[in-house]
Design a protein around this ligand. Sequence first.
Ligand code: IVH
Length: 672
Amino acid sequence: MQREEAGLRIKELQNQLHYYNEQYYQHHNSVVSDYEFDQLLEELIGLEAAFPEFRTPDSPSQRVGGTITKEFPTVYHRFPMLSLGNTYSEEELQEFDARVAKALGSEAYEYFCELKFDGVALSLTYENGVLVQGATRGDGVRGDDITPNVRTINTIPLRVNAQGMPQTFEVRGEAFMPLSSFTRINREREEKGEALLANPRNATSGTLKMQDSAIVAQRKLDCYVYSLLSDQLQLNTHADAIALLEKAGFNVSPTYRLCRSIQDVIKYIEEWEFKRTELPLETDGIVIKVNSLAQQSRLGFTAKSPRWAIAFKYKAKSVATQLNDIEYNVGRTGAVTPVAHLEPVLLAGTVVKRASVHNANFIADMDLRRGDTVYIEKGGEIIPKITGVEFSKRKPDSMPIVFPEHCPVCGTGLVRKEGEAAHYCPNERGCPPQIKAKLEHFIQRRAMNIEGIGERTIEQLYERGLVHTVADLYKLTYDEVFALEGFKELSTQNLLAGIDQSRQAPFENVLFGLGIRYVGRTVAEKLARSFGSIDRLAQASFEELISVPEIGERIAQSILDFFSQPEHKQLVQELKDAGLQFETTKQAEAPADGPLTGKTFVVSGVFANYGRDEIKEVIAQHGGKVTSSISSKLDYLLAGENMGPAKKQKAEAAGVSIITEEEFRSMIGIES
Ligand code: IVH
């Protein structure tokens, strides 16, 4: 395509995608299918990569990220980003109102109330209607310029063209991780055995500081805006500013309210105390602002915060109760989890009897003792947490809780791996709760999907010595099952038929069912697809394992550990003999005669047409192999944008060919 033609097409695509984005994110209107949208976006990204001079800062291609920032530049805020004074009671609020009334003399005034969003404050600068900078609050005077990451937030307009909106202005708001994204990400992380994100606010701030904006884009952050600053504006009230922001397509939470008096404000606070828990994000209070901008400037600021605004913080609901005992549960992997047994108490509508106490460190740090009066709160989690001890009520003869040294069930000495907080019972094959939990894991729907076996049946099968490993299930006879409590002819037949049918369950289900640590369902699917059979997986080296997209070092090590143990090899053999599927049926393995067969690649940098995992898969689909280390045995270093100079030097020294994305594409038959 000629340069001129490309320029026109890029402009056209940018406008079209802007329009679709605006319709979708501002008017909740899907004009095109996701597929069509992605096709157009892909075309735009491809063209911009070939003709980068047409890539503008407000191009919709910026939404998908791909920029790597090693260090974020520091930027000074034009107006300092202050914080708010806090109040916790109606009295304190009345005092704030009295101060406002006094300062304004006899003038009438109104308040504008908003929720206090619990995320990370952002400053967004627009010049000539285009978003040119997104920065964090930092210390209030200067923050980090995180523009590429901010551009990935879909509800922040990249360009604005609304009547009444000045050309140059600054918008402030709160970036947040919607609770739905937070739970999804943590579920995925749990499956991969990665550390969980502590709470949505930390998750947001961690995400915004990531170096690779493509990952930020996947995290699906959102942003509510709450103020508009500009020298070129003549507005009378904060309500006017909010209305203008809404009109210009910014995301304003519809939860605000104009209140005529402090009594109205109190009503608003009461109304939102419970309703706020139904919102898609975490909030920790209410922000109350004097509505008139002229009055705001008369009230002015203290050194830290405005006199015209204040935050009201909701108290987390907390009650005191007695800690009766600590119970230690042993899970499938042998991890020993302590759980607090409490004197039952009513908290936010439910009776609470248990609370999580996580691990030995938590118990020691809190200095928990049996008989203590403890405070419990409900956070985002379903199980309440212990937040403190009432030391004034401690019994003089109480003793610190000592974490057991032996497994509470089988008595084996517990071990603690370096760098891990949990204690483990290493008696994998002899510890009853571990064995039973392994069986339960194996039969579940997402694994072997064996119907007709419940927890009670597993209990019986184990107690009667019929089943010790999952392979024993396939040796059960009719008479053995029929003899179990509660089993008749039909239920016996059903159970045996369920076990028999599970022999057809696909390889990825079997692999997941084996319960290898950190191999969750998604990881099992990826491994099954990449290796195609248990034998190939069992023989894979650390290097080969980590070259699979999304398989990290921790998972790789766990797989190596699993297959290094003779009893696991024996288990797999017994299951093979029982007729289970240990190979993928779909031929996902590398073709023997693809254009890249026999060639090895190291992939580095960012690509215009592919995500990093995607390009690895494309290589594999065409017969190539991806590794992670550069040596003279390597065939190609596939270099994207922003590849580190060290890799390049190393490849040059080793005599490895360095190829561009375009060259790679022509190798697999795609001409740009
Ligand atoms: S207005 C002078 N409105 O709270 C500060 N802030 O403690 C004016 N926040 O840094 C800020 N929701 O990150 C305002 N509706 C809201 C808010 C809000 C959350 C955060 C913001 C700010 C902090 C102030």
